[in-house]
Design a protein around this ligand. Structure first.
Ligand code: NDP
Length: 449
């Protein structure tokens, strides 16, 4: 165990997701620390694992029946050495300090990989938007922003969406910010197209993940054409991962939500995807309803008594986890390999457990860690910030072209850094090393602040 992990564990006991993320980065940057003793000597390691600021606040709101609820709101401002804090807001009952700190920590490195000037942050609440009316969601978002607005700003901290925070929530949050701050600025990304949003932002994480996967395959002179793909999740990232996969000639056979997963061996085409988008984004229904519409498909209920996820136990070529953290464990990883999967590109954050990652690396399959393969979302958020400050809107082709260029660049950065440290083809090490060096160098340049 690294010394730094021991410090984090004794200072923040019980924050297991945060420990997992710190461990993952610190293990892979060991060769960098050995080659550059100044990093250890300068204390930069203890600084990088401690958020620059942690804000925790009460969010009181009233439901449609007049009942009062108190949720907990958070914003973790992790590191601003290379730009304003940037990272999403998650509304989900599982949200706690550990989950948001792991996400904020990952975000610091992910944002560094994009080459755009963005530090890392993350926030959210244990509020569950599921089953709430639009009015309840609006009142909650307004109450949340009533406190958050004093901590954010277009040059300070620019939040975006994440699980449970989509276009509807960003709209309500932005409306309240605009009223409280009495200014119209690019303080949130993922805004509506008519009021400061960027084309391609909704698509960016999913599209970017597929662009990254395509780059990985091209190192073996392969393409996505005809590849059978497993996708988990059915939200923003999953939907646009499927869209781009289908466009590039792949066949996607699965989708899921927290209740279970569907499998459609005939493939989820554009028409079926349009139904999923309506089901999830408009009707806010469950993925189970896919089977009622497309009767050749099957639905498997989530079963927490199993120590593996049957979704990952299907014959396929590629896997795109796009739901949540730790959704692929060691057993799932072995099942994927047994079923012929040779590429795993992470759309969600930290979906693979450390055991699963070790198995992928050991078998030398194409494995892309989320901080590299899902960086397209925050990259286009960065482009949204640039457009906002210029008061310009770039056309779709331009934003998509820039996204593709950024993903290609991240892919190359990962490979080059891995190669430099004698770990060819190890995207996990490459992503951690390249981003870590960029952030700690900026911290050292700027002194002890
Ligand atoms: P959404 O809320 O749009 O969708 C999340 C999907 O994952 C839903 O289908 C949800 O099912 C499912 N899910 C959530 N929690 C669980 C769980 N505990 N078990 C099983 N399924 C679960 O979120 P996004 O698509 O935006 O985010 C998905 C992942 O991608 C997250 O890890 C996020 O951090 C990451 N990400 C998102 C980016 C973005 O731009 N949006 C950028 C980079 C990463 P249900 O509806 O039942 O909860």
């Amino acid at each position: 165990m690294t010394d730094i992990l021991k410090i984090v564990q004794s200072r923040d006991p019980g924050e297991k997701e945060f420990h997992q993320a710190v461990h993952e980065v610190m293990e892979t940057v060991k060769p960098v620390l050995d080659r550059n003793p100044q990093y250890r000597e300068s204390g930069v390691l203890v600084r990088i694992v401690e958020p620059e600021r942690t804000i925790i606040f009460q969010v009181p709101w009233m439901d449609d029946q007049g009942q009062i609820h108190i949720n907990r709101g958070f914003r973790i401002q992790m590191n601003s050495a290379i730009g304003p804090y940037k990272g999403g807001l998650r509304f989900h009952p599982s949200v706690n300090l550990s989950i948001l700190k792991f996400l904020a920590f990952e975000q610091v490195f992910k944002n560094a990989l994009t080459t755009l000037a963005m530090g890392g942050g993350k926030g959210g609440s244990d509020f569950d938007p599921k089953g709430k009316s639009d009015n309840e969601v609006m009142r909650f978002c307004q109450a949340f922003m009533l406190e958050l607005f004093r901590h954010i700003g277009p040059n300070t901290d620019v939040p975006a969406g994440d699980i449970g925070v989509g276009a509807r929530e960003i709209g309500y949050l932005f409306g309240m910010y605009r009223k409280l701050a009495n200014e119209f600025t690019g303080v949130l990304s993922g805004k509506g197209l008519g009021w400061g949003g960027s084309l391609i932002r909704p698509e960016a994480t999913g599209y970017g993940c597929v662009y990254f996967a395509s780059e990985m395959l091209s190192t073996q002179n392969k393409t996505l054409e005809g590849k059978i793909c497993l996708v988990s999740g059915a939200g923003n990232v999953a939907q646009y991962t499927v869209e781009k996969l289908v466009e590039m000639g792949a066949k996607v056979i699965s989708l899921s939500d927290s209740s279970g997963f569907i499998c459609d061996e005939e493939g989820i085409d554009g028409k079926k995807l349009a139904f999923v988008k309506w089901l999830k984004n408009v009707r806010r229904g469950r993925i189970k309803d896919y089977v009622d519409k497309y009767s050749q498909s099957t639905y498997t209920e989530a079963d927490s008594s199993l120590d593996y996820n049957p979704l990952w136990n299907r014959k396929a070529d590629c896997a795109f986890p796009c739901a949540t953290q730790n959704e692929i464990n060691g057993k799932d990883a072995l099942n994927l390999l047994r079923n012929n999967v040779g590429l795993v590109a992470e759309g969600s954050n930290m979906p693979s457990t450390p055991e699963a990652i070790d198995i992928f690396l050991d078998k030398k399959i194409l494995y892309a860690p989320g901080k590299a393969s899902n960086a397209g979302g925050v990259a286009v958020s960065g482009l949204e910030m640039a457009q906002n400050s210029m008061r310009l809107n770039w056309p779709r082709e331009e934003v998509d072209g820039r996204l593709r260029f950024i993903m290609k660049n991240i892919h190359k950065t990962c490979l080059d850094a891995a190669e430099e440290y004698g770990l060819p083809g190890n995207y996990q090490a490459g992503a951690n090393i390249a981003s870590f060096v960029k952030v700690v160098n900026a911290m050292l340049d700027q002194g002890l602040v």
